[in-house]
Design a protein around this ligand. Sequence first.
Ligand code: 5GP
Ligand code: MN
Length: 340
Amino acid sequence: MNEAQIATAKKLLASPKKIVIVGHKNPDGDAVGSTSALSLFLKSQGHDTQVIVPNDFPDFLKWMPASDDILMYNQHTEQANQLIADADIICTLDFNSFTRVGAMEAPLTNAKADFIMIDHHQSPDDYAVLTYSDTTMGSTCEMVYHFIDALGEANHISEAMATNMYTGIMTDTGSFRFASTTAKTHIVIAHLKNTGIKHHLIHEQVYDSSSPERLKLLGVALNNMQIFPEYKTAFISLSQKELDENKFQKGDTEGFVNYALSVKGIIFAAIFIEDRKNNIVKISLRSKGDFNVNLVSRAHFHGGGHNNAAGGKSDASLAETIRYFISILPTFKDQLAAHV
Ligand code: 5GP
Ligand code: MN
């Protein structure tokens, strides 16, 4: 944050405020971690806070400190609308456009509060009095640390706040392996570790908590993988029938797309997951190096994200979506070939 932004933050938070903290739809580790960490911090500073997310998040994040206190908009709509209307300040974390919060778009658009945005995605919308946007950051959780540090309060980070921030940094950096992981990230992690967090238990709770059904579903997904060596591309698909047969639970397919990306020589990976209830196919795209899947998602799948990790959806059937995906591969042939 620059000096002007720090001054704005200090001014906004100078006296006790009613603060609503919002995460994006289908919250991930970074969304739950950043909103919960900031909420715990602002509470410790005397503010009245409430985290609201559009819908539920996976069980493998339910152990996170203060995650019990998160209000789901789709389950408590009236209460959430009142909190949003009454808020002095609304912090939006890990997203930068109201199109990422589903049904919360209208109440946020109509809110009278001052907005603070903390986010690492590209092309932020212009709705906040304080836009702390940094696309070089691997996670919003790392930015929450810098936000607290900029306020001069890094020494007041508790183990619970640190556990939340560690979780989001870990999940959004692929356990500190993506190119977005910097020396600064590791310095932040060292500070968080000094609060007493048990990082080995965080890894276990997030990554070693699969149900047997989830691993069977992974088996089905891997069996469905198709590889196109000439385009350095691999993709996985899962039909609604396959999800049902393996007792699909929210979050079960998290990380599956990375198996397609782990095939030697593959730099572009996708997963297509049929969602009959919403009549869509949910799409996750991943890449290595310079191949920009944010642009692919924006151009073809009504979505967006980061250069190497993006998501979107298709209104066509699963088979048609896959046919379409295969049909656009030749348009990327030169870009895919350029990768070394
Ligand atoms: P995932 O594939 O894990 O759902 O998401 C990967 C990245 O893409 C995340 O940073 C997420 O914020 C972004 N993303 C996922 N789905 C969408 C979408 O429908 N629209 C946009 N704009 N971004 C998405
Ligand atoms: Mn994030």
